[in-house]
Design a protein around this ligand. Sequence first.
Ligand code: PEP
Length: 248
Amino acid sequence: MRHLIAGNWKMNGLATSLSEAQAVAEGAKAAEGKADVMICPPATLIERMRRATQNSPLLVGGQDCHPKASGAHTGDVSPEMIKDAGGSAVIVGHSERRTDHGEADDLVRAKAEAARRAGLTTIICIGETEAERDAGETLNVVSRQLAGSVPDGDPSDIVIAYEPVWAIGTGRTASEGDIQEAHAHIRAGLTARFSAAGSGVRILYGGSMKPENAAAILAVADVNGGLVGGASLKAADFLAIVEAASGG
Ligand code: PEP
């Protein structure tokens, strides 16, 4: 399965950052057919990024969405709005949303169902905290989040991102053995629930992926790409990861 490298810009990016996205879009052309490339900028930049990179294979996505299509929800953005702005995907259940906004699995699942309604690909994030790993709970947490956050029905519009919370933005990465164990567990959970369709769901690794470690992580079985935070902000770093995902 072709790797997907998705950049999560988090709350970073102004109009001046669009030149980075344009450089990534050029690199995405070189990777076309070998790896898929996406940037999820803040909602304010989705439409401008789409326009600035048109005629390139770069995919643009949102970082979160509300379950409703519209209504009295001040400050929220619906999946229909992301689609309308030119986005084709959305991240839901990122650990920063789970922690900062108290989002639990049932809300994450409702958001994923809403994204499906709007015709978006959904990147659903799961992963254990450091305390949960230390307590030997990693695989249980991952199973629980997978069961609770992923909607029923055809999973062909779903991507899972395994992101150990303690590795996000910390410079620490999970070992290749730990990544393999978690991804194999997630794959088994997906095929148990969705049969053959579960084997076609991409499972991304996220957590301090960078040019120096990308090739090794992307070579791990059942790693189908990466969700990249800090290293997605600089086109040169992000494209080095894309190159690793394209087979060198
Ligand atoms: C993320 O935000 O999903 C992430 C993995 O961040 P970082 O690459 O900075 O750890």
